[in-house]
Design a protein around this ligand. Structure first.
Ligand code: AMP
Length: 410
């Protein structure tokens, strides 16, 4: 099978790497760090299956365009991708489906937003309605911070048009869990659960980022939680989408919080998580290309359900100095080959070819690499990942030192 992966980040590199076990893979536009990259529009690439990685092209309707040309596509159309394109719409859909989630309301004017803030006990959560690369969410411990954030977002100061409508939510507490689910429009199968680390600093401090690391499996989560989420969250959501005429073929990424009152939905994303993909996909023991092709064709029963290695993967994201506010770029990256020689998988995100054209990679984005280690336990995989991380350097490289630390102790 020939598979075309659309995108250029760490998630697409992981997809290409795991699809490449059984398929010929091309990646567009890809990057100098991803083997098989070609900068050709996806529609001009001849492939048996197209896998659209990032949310932006899905929201913009790339999957619809390719389907209109008769191609087999894994990824929702613009209608389904609206789940991620508008958090207000997502909350409306899940409320209609009866999925347990935080109390919320959406606003484009300041005064009613303030009134709603006053009605909540806190902490307060303020989100941009539109896409903001995972950074449009503030969990505010004080009402004053929440109010200032609502003001900045609605005025378009902090996130441009993405913030001109805000979703305000009741703050929930508890460990988070990412469950990636493969959907064929009607049926869904879960992949192995993962946990990611969204804040920039050790101990979950500082601003939200696209994600600083992840691990899978999650020892604290048993099959019962996954079954419960499939039954009470995913199945009703797919049914509600179908009721609205939406044939959702792609990944539904459920961001969950395991509260004292049971699991609650934080949000849905419409693509593989990044960096969750870098720990979940390498653990697959079944054929990813076959699985995604079956879902894209609308019939998951064509193949066996996905199964996973009993071992663990941990990924640590290496970022530029100044990320997420003002990443410094253009520094030469050293040591990728050494990390790979140590058995780690190095997935590239924000990289470019240096000006000398000597094939050296330089930093070109906030998140630069995700380094995945593996082992029989989370502790072993964590050691492996951090050993490999220590081999990669550039001026000002930054990473969290506590990815999967607690899970490794457990
Ligand atoms: P989102 O982009 O909606 O996943 O939000 C990013 C992060 O903000 C989540 O992973 C949570 O850590 C946090 N968050 C979002 N919504 C809530 C909520 N209602 N209560 C507590 N934390 C939240």
């Amino acid at each position: 099978m020939r598979v075309c992966v659309v995108g250029s980040g760490g998630r697409e590199h992981a997809l290409a790497h795991v699809l490449g076990r059984t398929a010929d893979v091309v990646v567009t536009p890809g990057s100098p760090g991803i083997p098989g990259s070609v900068d050709i529009p996806p529609a001009d690439i001849d492939a048996d299956l197209y896998v659209v990685g990032p949310e932006a092209p899905l929201v913009a309707g790339l999957a619809d365009e390719l389907r209109a040309k008769g191609r087999l596509v894994f990824g929702p159309g613009a209608d389904g991708a609206h789940l991620e394109g508008s958090k207000a719409w997502m909350k409306e859909v899940v409320s209609a489906a009866g999925v347990p989630t935080a109390r919320y309301a959406a606003f484009d004017r300041f005064e009613p937003a303030l009134e709603f803030l006053n009605s909540l006990p806190g902490p307060w959560v303020v989100k941009t309605d539109g896409l903001a690369a995972g950074k449009g969410v503030l969990v505010a411990p004080t009402r004053a911070e929440a109010e200032a954030d609502v003001r900045a977002k609605l005025a378009g100061e902090s996130f441009g048009d993405a913030g001109r409508t805000v979703v305000i939510e009741e703050g929930m507490t508890g460990p988070e869990l990412s469950l990636l689910v493969v959907c064929d429009g009607t049926r869904a199968v879960p992949l192995a659960p993962a946990q990611d680390f969204k804040r920039i600093g050790d101990g979950d401090t500082g601003p939200n980022t696209g994600g600083m690391g992840a691990y899978s499996p999650v020892p604290a989560v048993d099959d019962g939680v996954v079954e419960d989420v499939m039954e009470r969250f995913i199945a009703p959501t797919l049914a509600e989408l179908r009721r609205r005429g939406i044939d959702y073929r792609g990944v539904l990424y459920a961001g969950l919080m395991l509260t004292e009152d049971g699991p609650r939905l934080v949000e849905y994303n419409v693509r593989f998580g990044d960096p969750e993909a870098q720990v979940v996909l390498p653990r697959l023991t079944t054929d990813l290309a076959e699985l995604l092709a079956a879902a894209a064709a609308g019939d998951l029963t064509q193949g066996p359900p996905p199964t996973f290695d009993t071992g663990a993967c941990v990924t640590v994201v290496l970022a530029c100095e100044g990320y997420p506010a003002a990443p410094r770029t253009g520094d030469v990256i050293d040591g990728i080959a050494a990390a790979e020689a140590a058995g780690a998988m190095v997935f590239s995100a924000g990289v470019a070819l240096g000006p000398d054209d000597d094939a050296a990679l330089v930093t070109a984005g906030g998140r630069v690499l995700a380094v995945t280690g593996s082992g029989p336990t989370v502790a072993a995989a964590r050691d492996h990942a951090y050993r490999a991380v220590s081999l990669i350097t550039w001026p000002g490289r930054y990473y969290r030192t506590d990815i999967a630390r607690e899970a490794a102790l457990g």
